[in-house]
Design a protein around this ligand. Structure first.
Ligand code: PLP
Length: 356
């Protein structure tokens, strides 16, 4: 990590909302912690780093974030260990991915010291917002937006980087029913599917809402050319266990390189599980279902963690997957990930970063 020190002005809230927080009832992303971090970019420099009470922003209605979608974000979590520490999981991977998104969207990079020191100071200040208990965490949303007061189509000259946080419980409270999408697509070669550009998510809402009307929780996105190969699902990478082999679509510019995905694959390899990163067609999955070799399907992501898929809607059929047991690979990996994130086991890959 960089050793440069950022000057951060801190204005504390006079009225913490923490006493009103019901940790037994944490709706995802609706309650925000007391403070937020802000840094501004102008004249090629980052400055005005500050932590202020969480609140509304004042922005020009002409900002190109609003008109042309120069907006990118990250998603990460802080976990409470059993001894009360506040821990992050691979935070520098999020900083690097934010900067890959920034490059693609013609936005400035957020330097490591702005990202990490802003994040750590914010978490120290709002550390009591990190809920203890399995399934609970403080979801962290770093984001970068264009702020120029100019309506022409060009990259903005000024930007704002912010971090807000929200205590959360489980994103999904049930196994998922997903539908293979054949009409719409999420990402196209040469496009922005591999970055966390806000527009990727806006465009997915309408097709997903149609699937929800049919009783599904999420879509499985397929490639834009042929709708033949599996890509991602919602805000998750996809994994399948076929004949005891863990198979996941190989990364390409239509797929977000999930940090959970990479970690799950590393654990599976540590355990000598056969892992394949390659193209996987929907037909291969339905054939495996038909011949009884499809054992598991699941999504991986920071928000969703490891989300078990119980049904896949494809070609007018519903493939109902086998019920999981404690020995199922996804169950074991999910437990291991949780143990690592909360430092209940050795962190052999050095993934955990202690905040305080
Ligand atoms: C489209 C998409 N795919 C996959 C993921 C999973 O990524 P990660 O494991 O880094 O959270 C996310 C969430 O960030 C996502 O938005």
């Amino acid at each position: 990590m960089s050793t440069a020190t950022l000057h951060i002005d801190i204005t504390k809230t006079a009225h913490s909302r923490l006493p009103g927080l019901d940790i037994n009832n944490l709706p995802f992303g609706k309650v925000f912690s007391d403070h937020m971090f802000i840094a501004e970019y102008a004249d090629g420099q980052w400055s005005k780093s500050r932590i202020v009470p969480f609140g509304n922003l004042e922005l020009s209605p002409a900002s190109s974030m609003m008109h042309y979608g120069q907006a990118i974000f990250e998603g990460m979590k802080a976990y409470r260990s059993d001894n009360g520490d506040v821990l992050l999981f691979r935070p520098l991977e999020n900083q690097k991915r934010l900067n890959r998104s920034a490059l693609r969207m013609a936005m400035p990079e957020v330097p490591e010291e702005v990202f990490m020191e802003g994040l750590v100071e914010l978490l120290k200040l709002d550390q009591n917002w990190v809920p203890a208990g399995d399934g609970r965490s403080l979801y962290i949303r770093p984001f970068l937006i264009a702020t120029d007061d100019y309506i022409g189509v060009k990259p903005s000259d000024t930007y704002m980087f912010l971090i807000i946080t929200t205590p959360v419980g489980n994103y999904y409270d049930h196994p998922l029913k997903v539908k293979v999408e054949h009409t719409f697509f999420r990402a196209v070669e040469g496009g922005v599917g591999y970055v966390k550009a806000s527009g990727n998510y806006g465009r997915s809402l309408y097709p997903t809402s149609l699937a929800k009307k049919d009783g599904y929780d999420q879509l499985i996105w397929t490639d834009a050319r042929e709708h033949k190969f599996v890509e991602e699902s919602g805000t998750m990478n996809l994994m399948f266990v076929i004949n005891n082999t863990l198979i996941t679509p190989q990364l390409r510019d239509t797929i977000l390189a999930g940090i959970t995905r990479e970690s799950v694959l590393a654990i599976a390899r540590d355990w000598n599980v056969n892992v394949e990163e390659r193209k996987i067609s929907v037909d291969e999955i339905s054939d495996a279902f038909d011949n009884g070799t499809l054992q598991e399907a699941f999504g991986t992501g920071t928000a969703a963690t490891i989300a078990h898929i119980s049904e896949i809607g494809y070609n007018g059929r519903n493939l109902v997957l086998p019920v999981l047991t404690p020995e199922s690979l996804s169950k074991r990996i999910s437990k291991e990930m949780d143990n690592i994130r909360r430092k209940r086991t050795d962190d052999i890959h050095n993934w955990v970063y202690r905040v305080c």
